[in-house]
Design a protein around this ligand. Structure first.
Ligand code: NAD
Ligand code: UDX
Length: 434
């Protein structure tokens, strides 16, 4: 089976390497020459646990290659996946589909033989049919079907999620396309991964509805965390008690600084626009987005309060910048909203992150100091803010760190520590919803 993956980012690279591991011949195409050069030199341009070994093994095995030229590989392909970015369009919150349609027109003239063109990018309802129109217009004789195969992997656990999915969704318009996609995913039959075959529109919507529902769970528990703070309840206990009900489930009920990342923020906004375009209601998702924004603002107020009412001239050691651990991705990280708000009011910020500082430097306003060690962040600091729950921050030597600091404030935005432990170590501790 010959597979072309257009886009070698988080999704394209992981999916391409995993399909190669399944035994397919995979060509990953990206228009960024520096990305392809790095991959051909054995360097992985993103941080994703396990990816380096997986890529190296499949390149060595002759099943995975990287190029900027799509012509020959598209001509030989049984399936062409489009895994390019669909960021929020400036100004209106819609998904920007220019990269998807550009990829569709680039591949159109190279198609030979029957080919299935698969949207793996997260795209609004109707995009697969529009991709079909774009290709048909550029190449009226091409023998092809379009399909939708949304991706549900999470950064930081992407390979495991891809190899052991809760489900694979295949939106198809013909039995021929279904057969080919089922053949590609056949190795997953061994672990009995459920495969849901449906129409194009339902597959496209399943992705947005799933992300919006998960974002809803997070905003719900974040809203409850405010009520917990007001009433003296403990949000961890509340989430645990709720999660014991199998109808609710215990996943995605961790209160924190608000969801971030490359998917939830943009996909909730896009879903609202899709609903508006079709004259449908999206009131729940609109509230989810609002609650997420106010949770980030609430975290700024919480840090200010912990510092005695003003952050001016206070040195804050920030542990973690990325939107979650085990990734270098800073897209829509809560830190991007919280830290500039503190710096604007005169806080001196010293930030540490195991993988995210290079990208943070390009996205954060100047004036933030990035340090290489946790100790450097905490030396003479008035307060610590634990922003992202990297493993390195879960077992801190609290007494030693406390002795490095000038102040004793610890704001735990991920509820990693217990109040008693922190107070025993001499910290004045605040958390989220506890
Ligand atoms: P990304 O920005 O990491 O990668 C996209 C890549 O596509 C870039 O390297 C870019 O250079 C390349 N590209 C763009 N146009 C191209 C073209 N015409 N030809 C060749 N290469 C081209 O994006 P991502 O995070 O991998 O996301 C891709 C899609 O998958 C998005 O729609 C996203 O919503 C969805 N998705 C992402 C995740 C995730 O965790 N990141 C999970 C599930 C779904
Ligand atoms: C998400 C979806 O989970 C995945 O299925 C989809 O394919 C891409 O988007 P990802 O963004 O990589 O994956 O990470 P995820 O683990 O879902 O976390 C997203 C954000 O929600 C992070 O900022 C995380 O800290 C936050 N979160 C998650 C919470 O605040 N509480 C939770 O209980 C879970």
């Amino acid at each position: 089976m010959n597979v072309v993956m257009i886009g070698a980012g988080y999704v394209g690279l992981v999916s391409g390497a995993c399909f190669a591991e399944f035994g397919a011949q995979v060509t990953c195409v990206d228009k960024l020459p520096e990305r392809i050069d790095a991959l051909n030199a054995g360097r992985i341009p993103i941080y994703e646990p396990g990816l380096e070994d997986l890529v190296a093994r499949n390149v060595r095995g002759g099943r995975l290659r990287f190029t900027t030229e799509l012509g020959d590989s598209v001509a030989a392909a049984d399936l062409v996946f489009i895994a390019v970015g669909t960021p929020t369009r400036r100004g209106d919150g819609h998904a920007d589909l220019q990269y998807v349609y550009a990829a569709a027109s680039e591949i159109a003239t190279y198609l030979t033989g029957y080919t299935v063109i698969v949207d793996k990018s997260t795209v609004p309802v109707g995009t697969a049919r529009e991709v079909q129109r774009v290709i048909r217009k550029a190449n009226p004789d091409a023998d092809f079907d379009v399909a939708s195969n949304p991706e549900f992997l999470r950064e930081g656990s992407a390979i495991g999620d891809f190899m052991r999915p809760d489900r694979v969704v295949l939106g198809v318009q013909s039995e021929r396309a279904e057969k080919r996609l089922r053949e590609l995913y056949r190795p997953l039959n061994l672990i009995e991964a459920p495969i849901l075959v449906t129409d194009l529109e339902s597959a496209e919507l399943i992705k947005y509805a799933s992300n919006a529902f998960l974002a809803t769970k997070i905003s719900f528990i974040n809203e409850m965390s405010q009520l917990c703070e007001a009433t003296g309840a403990d949000v961890n206990a509340v989430a645990k008690g709720m999660g014991m009900d199998k109808r609710i489930g215990n996943k995605f009920l961790h209160a924190g600084p608000g969801y971030g990342g490359s998917c939830f923020p943009k996909d909730t906004l896009a879903l609202i626009r899709i609903a508006q375009e079709h004259g449908a209601s999206s009131r729940i998702v609109e509230s989810v987005v609002e609650v997420n924004a106010s949770q980030k603002a609430r975290m700024v107020a919480k840090i200010r309060q912990a510092l005695g009412g003003s952050e001016a001239d206070k040195t804050i050691a920030v542990l973690g910048l990325t939107f979650k651990p085990q990734t270098d991705d800073m897209r829509d990280a809560p830190a991007l909203a919280i830290l500039p708000a503190l710096a604007d009011r005169g806080a001196i910020i010293r930030a540490h992150d195991p993988e995210g500082t290079a990208e943070a430097r390009t996205l954060m306003p100047s004036g933030i100091d990035y340090v290489d060690t946790i100790e450097d962040a905490l030396r003479d600091a008035d307060a610590v803010v634990l922003m992202t729950e990297w493993n390195q921050y879960r077992g801190l030597d609290l007494r030693e760190l406390r002795s490095l600091m000038r102040g004793n404030v610890f704001v735990d935005l991920r509820n990693v520590y217990e109040r008693r432990t922190m107070e025993d170590a001499g910290f004045v501790y605040s958390a989220v919803g506890r």
